[in-house]
Design a protein around this ligand. Structure first.
Ligand code: GDP
Ligand code: ZN
Length: 285
């Protein structure tokens, strides 16, 4: 029995990377439909020495799981944008940030297409998310610096269509193809494939290729009571009321920080929009 990582799932087959080898596995009968293994799962497999096959016996408890695309144990979400074509949707960024924080995922931001527009984002996200990068996939500029910054864990890309996600993934796949033994196999599959796959950046770091998934709707069903602290998680504040919604309450420190410009007012406006969206959603029920 060995432990491995599910890097790809195609119908009833799972590709499991364990001990630096790839095993083609089926799952034990007890794993059906909703509790089937997901890409990103750490699993215990029983290996069949003869031909690199195996069987998934156990799924190790997940840290989290996204539904669309179905991928588990996500550590980081790369919010992938461009300043131009398409333009930045700041509300989308702030929604993604709270949704992934709610799933215990750390957001980072990558702004692509600096060859078209190399100005900074209107909102300074450097104190809000742990990292912000500006790159040009087209010119292959500053990508390596970004890739080298990646930590141990599983990364997922999210962002509007047209920002350059596939271009980046093609670039990364190209890097690994140069050294990969299974390059021919990958090359054939690359442009036609529609399945989710974890691409290896190094021994500890994987990035998910999730074709067709824009991740604009990373839903995490945030409770209204959780939004105020999730949204301003990076701010050190203490309002008069512990459950302050930062809207109409007296002695609200968040509102003071907005007034003094410490918190970007655009971001505060997005907070109000998200707050009322969640409130409306509640009314339906
Ligand atoms: P996706 O929808 O996010 O996967 O975006 P694509 O990778 O399909 O890219 C959308 C378009 O943007 C394509 O025409 C790419 O060639 C182009 N593109 C990608 N990266 C860059 C870049 O750094 N600069 C410029 N100017 N265009 C880019
Ligand atoms: Zn407050």
């Amino acid at each position: 029995m060995i432990e491995g990582l599910v890097t790809k799932a195609i119908s009833e087959y799972y590709f499991v990377n364990a001990n630096a080898k790839n095993y083609l596995c089926k799952a034990k009968g007890k794993f059906r439909l909703s509790n089937a293994p997901a890409v990103g799962d750490r699993v215990i497999i029983k290996e069949d020495d003869i031909n690199g096959e195996g069987r998934i016996e156990e799924i190790i408890d997940r840290k989290n799981i996204l539904v669309r695309p179905r991928i588990s144990n996500v550590d980081y979400l790369i919010i992938f944008l461009s300043k131009k074509s398409p333009e930045v949707d700041y509300l989308m960024i702030d929604k993604l940030i709270v949704n992934v924080r709610n799933l215990n995922i750390e957001p980072i931001i990558v702004v692509n297409k600096t060859d078209l527009d190399n100005s900074s984002l209107k909102v300074d996200y450097r104190g809000i998310v742990s990292n912000v990068f500006y790159i040009s996939v087209k010119l292959e500029q500053d990508i390596d610096q970004f890739l080298q910054s990646l930590k141990e864990g599983n990364y997922v890309l999210a962002g509007p269509s047209g920002a350059g996600k596939s271009s980046l993934l093609n670039y990364i796949a190209g890097l690994s193809l140069k050294t990969s033994e299974i390059s021919e196999k990958l090359k054939r599959g690359r442009h036609t494939t529609r399945h989710i796959e974890l691409i290896k950046i190094n021994d500890k770091t994987y990035i998910a290729d999730t074709p067709g998934f824009q991740s604009l709707d990373v839903e995490s069903n945030i409770d209204l009571v959780d939004l105020p602290h999730l949204f301003f998680e990076e701010v050190d504040y203490k309002c008069k009321f512990n459950d302050c919604a930062h809207i109409n309450e007296p002695h609200c420190e968040i509102k003071k920080l907005v007034d003094t410009g410490v918190i970007d007012s655009n971001r505060y406006q997005n907070y109000l929009k998200i707050y009322s969206e969640i409130k409306e959603r509640r009314k339906v029920w």
